[in-house]
Design a protein around this ligand. Structure first.
Ligand code: PMP
Length: 357
């Protein structure tokens, strides 16, 4: 059976060799004649996995000294609350930029803890652009934004220098392009796009950022406790961490984040060029804010939906239906999606124009 072109928005495609190695470890890990799933997280073999994974994050993202790497649970959805409770003083304020579903959810969680100042939003145009006209308030405890809007397909290409701490939800574009970690005080990201399988959430924390809220933080939400316990305060999600480690090894071996950024640019340029050229389709977000990870588009004539859906399905393409709140199509082009898969979609669009244009 031919390989499916997997455009899933997350959990999503992982490199085949990573899946193969991951499956082997379920049966016999490190030649121990034991499964990775049946050994202690305190064993030498797993501690090595944890420290390798942490080192790979540091190396691939050039994380400077003074930051800690954690692999926690609860998804980025718990990250909304964890980031706020570790950053917002008990009588303080968190500033937020609302660029769609995920930042709206982060705002909702932060409001449970205190004052939230939404300094910019693109809600007026159904989150189809990235707001630029805002000033970061100097009296907030932090500014929070979502670097890539997975659902509507917009992405921050730059972010202004900030005098206050910056918290970023990078769930859907971490490891896809080079970043300057020292611009951030806290980065969090669910693993299940570019890092690995669902089940762990990466936190990159500037140590100095913590300990200033005056709050009594529940232990499992307290980033300082997780740092003190080297990400092993409780039983960590061993398998997602292991597969993330394998996937980061794959990224390193192939040339790292700089390499994948080039590949990702090629993929998104190829697809957006076709969306713009083909008279049957159009993009739905501001051109300058288009995401390199999630390309959203619609058919100009909705009555062609059934025929187009049949065409891409026949070409072994999966997962390009848009999110229910955005409609149309969303092609998620995460790190492991090869250029050939994007070419396959472009071919379908071109053939569709020939037969239906
Ligand atoms: N933030 C962003 C940008 C996301 O794309 C997602 C999930 N797609 C989340 C947060 C929520 O992540 P989780 O399901 O891991 O809680």
């Amino acid at each position: 059976m031919a390989k499916v072109h997997n455009y899933s928005a997350g959990p999503c495609i992982l490199p085949e060799e990573v899946l193969k190695q991951a499956s082997e470890a379920v049966i016999n890990f490190n030649n121990l004649n034991l499964s990775l799933l049946e050994i202690s997280h305190r064993s030498k073999d797993f501690i090595e996995v944890m420290s390798n994974a942490q080192e790979l994050v540091k190396e691939l993202l050039n994380v400077p000294d003074g930051y800690s790497i954690l692999f926690l649970q609860g998804g980025a959805s718990l990250g909304f609350y964890i980031s706020a409770i570790n950053g917002m003083k008990s009588d303080g304020t968190g500033a937020y930029i609302d660029t769609g579903t995920w930042s709206s959810k982060a705002i909702k969680e932060a409001k449970k803890l205190g004052n939230v100042n939404v300094i910019a939003s693109s809600k007026d145009k159904n989150f189809s652009y990235i707001p630029t006209n805002f000033e970061i308030p100097s009296d907030a405890n932090y500014i929070h934004y979502t670097s890539n809007n997975t659902i509507f397909g917009t992405q921050f290409k730059t972010f202004p220098k900030s005098a206050i701490p910056v918290i970023c939800d990078m769930s859907s574009d971490i490891f896809s392009k080079e970043i300057n970690v020292s611009d951030y005080d806290l980065i969090y990201a669910g693993a299940q796009k570019n890092m690995g399988p669902a089940g762990t959430t990466l936190y990159i924390v500037k140590n100095d950022f913590l300990g200033k809220t005056g709050r009594d933080i529940p232990s499992m939400l307290d980033l300082q406790i997780h740092i003190d316990k080297e990400s092993m305060f409780n039983t960590p999600p061993v398998y997602p961490i292991y597969v993330s480690m394998l996937n980061l090894q794959w990224l390193k071996k192939n040339g790292g984040v700089k390499w994948i950024e080039g590949v990702n640019n090629q993929k998104s340029e190829l697809l957006y060029a076709e969306i713009d050229r083909n008279p049957l389709f159009k993009g739905i977000v501001a051109t300058e804010d288009r995401s390199n990870m999630n390309a959203t588009f619609v058919l100009k004539d909705e009555s062609q939906t059934e025929a187009f859906d049949a065409a891409w399905k026949a070409a072994n393409i999966s997962g390009i239906k848009g999110h229910r709140s955005a409609g149309g199509y969303r092609a998620s082009m995460y790190n492991a999606l090869p250029l050939e898969s994007v070419q396959a979609l472009v071919d379908v669009m071109q053939n569709f124009e020939k037969t239906n244009g």
